[in-house]
Write a protein that binds this ligand. Sequence first.
Ligand code: 6GU
Length: 226
Amino acid sequence: MHIDILTLFPDMYNGIFAHSILKRSQEKQLFSVSLHNIRDYSTDKHHKVDDYPYSGEPGMVMKIEPIAACIEKLKQEREYDEVIFLTPEGEVFNQGMANFLSMKNNLLLLCGHYKGIDERIRELFITKEISIGDYVLSGGELAAAVICDALVRLIPGVLNDEISALSDSFQYGLLSAPVYTRPYNFRGHTVPDILLSGNEKLITEWKLQKAIERTQKNRPDLIEED
Ligand code: 6GU
């Protein structure tokens, strides 16, 4: 999978793609990412990327020309499965969308800033709008990073133990069961003995029970929806 990220702040990604799974996926050549600074595509003398809204309200709007120039150049090099705009007005991201998008080859992620982007960018180029939750961020950059992380770990071969993506929270509509490691006793808090019993059937039942209890407590909406 290849992801192109269009942003006014490419330096925000310093570090994010250089660690852990996002780094390993690139080393294994299962994932690659390119950052594109929208400002580089402004033909304006002052590299202007925003302007006042026609409607006169406060706040600036990202201009159409630099974004169009960047997207059009990239489209000559690749065929995109989706051209995604990150916005709090988008469809809320979840594990189902992550599964769907993780099977794509080429994605373009456009990060907005200021009051928004000129609406004609949406009409001309955007195939999907995604939000990462019901709160407002200053820009789409962190949302794009969240989406990259969620997608890349689902690409076959990225995780060493592929079973572990299957037992993630949400993968079966339930949160994960608790896990423990040594020591057996920490300040009197011991590991549930069933996990030491060696009885796989009882352990599986216990994990399901704990997953249901945790989901009922923290996310009852996940159970009621089904
Ligand atoms: Cl994708 N962008 C911004 N600016 N704020 C958000 C968001 C995206 N998702 C949730 N809040």
